[in-house]
Design a protein around this ligand. Structure first.
Ligand code: SF4
Length: 216
């Protein structure tokens, strides 16, 4: 838990469950352990809300963007009034290009995980990318070559481990950040770029057999 930050997060129904695909690089493994389909996010009312949000975005994009912009303005105002850094995670259960939104709200810190190599490359290159938007690449059972590419380029890569207590302080020549203590991934990059961010598998995730969750 980090003090001094005010976070707002947007959750859409993931991987096509609303009828619209919002996770273009989802895999069998990540769908199986996705927080949108397991755990407390899977409660009926919560899921219905996520479905409605995804449909709202994709069926009336203009109105959705206006509502989201108002929410971000309010976040920035409330954060400023209380001496807190306003932060937004817009892809909590999706993997969409949010650079346009981040560019329109330079007073808010945006951060997300992504499985999209195209977005991660643009983030690491930094050209045509808002300075207030940080990405962490998310390992799946299919994308280790991309993970290596981004670690070598100084990006951070999140890896879900079945047993977090068995993760060593270094992994394949990269330092390991414990990602379970807080969710503000843009803070990781300040100290140790090119790190593995170790995440703990949820109880449902520990049953994964696709290779998405890593055993040591
Ligand atoms: S990409 Fe992320 S949000 Fe989408 S299904 Fe996979 S884990 Fe869930």
């Amino acid at each position: 838990m980090q003090r001094g930050f005010l976070t707002w997060t947007l959750m859409l129904a993931p991987n096509g469950t609303s009828g619209h695909e919002v996770c273009p690089n989802a895999t069998l493994g990540c769908r199986g352990v996705c927080l949108g389909s397991t755990g407390c996010q899977h409660l009926h009312e919560t899921t219905a809300l996520h479905v409605a949000s995804a449909r709202f975005l994709l069926e009336d994009r203009t109105a959705f963007m206006r509502t989201m912009s108002e929410k971000l303005d309010e976040l920035q105002w409330t954060g400023g009034r209380n001496g807190l850094v306003p932060c937004a995670r817009l892809n909590n259960l999706s993997d969409l290009d949010r650079t346009g939104v981040a560019a329109l709200h330079p007073g808010v810190v945006f951060y997300d995980y992504t499985k999209r190599p195209d977005l991660m490359r643009r983030f690491l290159l930094g050209t045509d990318w808002p300075r207030n938007y940080h990405l962490t690449f998310s390992r799946s059972e299919e994308n280790w070559p991309h993970c290596q590419e981004f670690l070598e380029a100084g990006g951070n890569v999140a890896v879900v481990f079945r047993r977090l207590d068995q993760v060593p302080p270094r992994s394949q020549d990269h330092s390991v950040v414990d990602g379970s203590t807080h969710d503000l991934r843009f803070l990781d990059l300040r100290s140790r770029p090119g790190s593995v961010v170790a995440l703990r598998a949820t109880p449902e995730g520990r049953r994964d057999r696709t290779g998405f969750v890593v055993d040591l």
